[in-house]
Design a protein around this ligand. Structure first.
Ligand code: PLP
Length: 472
């Protein structure tokens, strides 16, 4: 059931022995008509003047990609899992449209169908299925608030979720009386994708209504197998919700092929869009190949586009009965500049090639894991390494030589601070429950992105090795 982009993903590979490298429609011009530009048109104009890249086979290619960004050269920024950095041309677009809007005092009451069309192309879905939200948390909240839940229904989730998902689940618990059940996540390199599916399968009961899981989990960078879990949900008639904060801009997934009902992601992390932007996918038609189940009841609770006469029934076939994303996107006056920035950054990613980006970032994280295993041993890794279905570009591991330090939050925080102060490298801490351990484990998390190269991975590994030696 996997679609071509998921299946044809080449094995990304960087190795010590050498680099084997891989590596709009409609209109949002409601206000902008007066200044003669739509967000997608603004983005296209920016693209026309952007820095040309050499051919991807050129050794200078990834250097040129790095130069698309303004990132401070004195710092090696490897915390993209928290926030990305927009390319220059996106900043120019946002700035220019902000100014045009200010000059013309232009309003933005729109469903931004042109921006959604650009995003839909990049994310492998239809424009009526993708909304530009405020961020992942906003998307998760809108999903959970829009579901028809009732007392006694169970939400099946994990013990490694982010507050962006945990908060709306807790609100649903208190509002509707639903029960939250959590699968305990194994960590490290010992699992295969099927193991996670089995854990969920065993936890499903006759009351389970929704499955909510992060892919990847932000704590250990475990890419829970979305298609397999979506199939499990389908087989049990469950609604599937993915906290995919890290998916846009990192993974080249065709969202429709994932087979899930909902996915909330960030457009400002790996996708490097303007701050305060996200991607909200809502399945809006029945595609028997990927998900033959009826569309779940769903209410776009934040909308100024909800029709007075109510909404028609959701589609039971291949054609949408109405544009769900338009209802979710229409929320009063918005920002033409920010929306133009989102369209622009999607075009930058499409120009480079989302498969190429995915291969590059996974190749770097694979190389990082290889070097970590060489120095610290495979037991230090909290991220999977060997099952390609579980990997992503987030790498979590325990950096200290003394195993007892895995419980030492203060020392781990000091490690991250010293790595920044003494080596100019920015990463973050990560803590999480581990099966069989009374106390949470304390790890560090490294993000490898398209503005990094093999040398950056070697630099951070050397720095972390020296620093962990210094800190005893
Ligand atoms: C898995 C996960 N979900 C949700 C969030 C919240 O993201 P946002 O700031 O886009 O709401 C994060 C942030 O790091 C995350 O890692």
């Amino acid at each position: 059931m996997a679609g071509p982009r998921l299946n044809n993903r080449k094995e990304a590979g960087f190795s010590r022995r050498g680099f084997v490298g891989l590596l709009g429609a409609g209109t949002a011009s409601v206000g902008l008509g007066t200044v003669g530009v739509t967000p997608a048109a603004a983005a296209a104009a920016a693209g026309a003047t952007s820095t040309e890249l050499p051919p991807p086979s050129s050794p200078a290619y990834w250097d040129a990609v790095r130069r698309l960004f303004l990132l401070d050269k004195k710092v090696l920024f490897m915390n993209v899992g928290t926030v990305g950095s927009p390319p220059r041309e996106v900043l120019d677009t946002v700035d220019r449209v902000h100014r045009e809007v200010a000059v013309g005092a232009v309003s933005a009451y729109s469903d931004f169908s042109d921006v959604r069309a650009v995003a839909a192309r990049g994310y492998g879905c239809d424009p009526d299925e993708v909304t530009i939200s405020h961020n992942t948390s906003d998307g998760m909240a809108k999903i959970m608030a829009g579901l028809a839940l009732k007392e006694g229904d169970e939400i099946l989730t994990t013990n490694h979720e982010h507050s962006g998902g945990n908060s709306p689940m807790a609100e649903a618990r208190d509002r509707h009386g639903v029960v939250i059940k959590r699968v305990e996540m194994p960590v490290g390199n010992g699992q295969r994708a099927e193991d996670y599916v089995e854990l969920f399968r065993k936890a499903i009961t006759s009351r389970t209504k929704v499955m909510v899981f992060s892919a990847p989990t932000y704590k250990t960078g475990t890419m829970l197998p979305i298609q397999l879990l979506a199939k499990l949900a389908q087989d049990h008639g469950l609604i599937s919700v993915v906290d995919g904060a890290h998916i846009p801009g990192m993974m080249a997934y065709n969202f429709n092929e994932l087979g899930v009902d909902f996915l909330a992601g960030s457009a400002a992390k790996w996708q490097c869009g303007p701050g305060g932007t996200g991607v909200l996918y809502v399945r809006n038609k029945v595609r028997p190949r990927y998900n033959p189940n009826p569309l779940p009841e769903f209410w776009p609770v934040v909308s100024s586009g909800y029709p007075e006469a109510g909404l028609p029934a959701r589609s039971s076939g291949a054609t949408a009965s109405y544009d769900m994303a338009s209802k979710l996107q229409t929320i009063g006056n918005s920002s033409l500049a920010i929306m133009a920035g989102v369209a622009n950054v999607c075009e930058v990613w499409d120009r480079i090639g989302r498969d190429r980006i995915q291969n590059h970032v996974l190749g770097l994280s694979g190389y990082l894991k290889e070097l970590i295993v060489e120095r610290w041993g495979v037991k230090s890794l909290y991220s999977p390494k060997d099952d390609p279905r579980l990997v992503c570009a987030l790498t979590s591991f325990a950096p200290f030589r003394d195993p007892a330090d895995v419980y030492d939050a203060a020392k781990t925080t000091a490690f991250v601070a010293r790595l920044k102060d003494e080596y100019g490298i920015v990463i973050r801490t990560s803590d999480f429950p581990v099966i069989g351990s009374a106390r949470s484990h304390q790890a560090v998390r490294v993000s490898t992105h398209l503005f990094h190269q093999k040398e950056d991975v070697e630099r951070i590994v050397d720095a972390m090795w020296r620093l962990s030696g210094d800190m005893g």
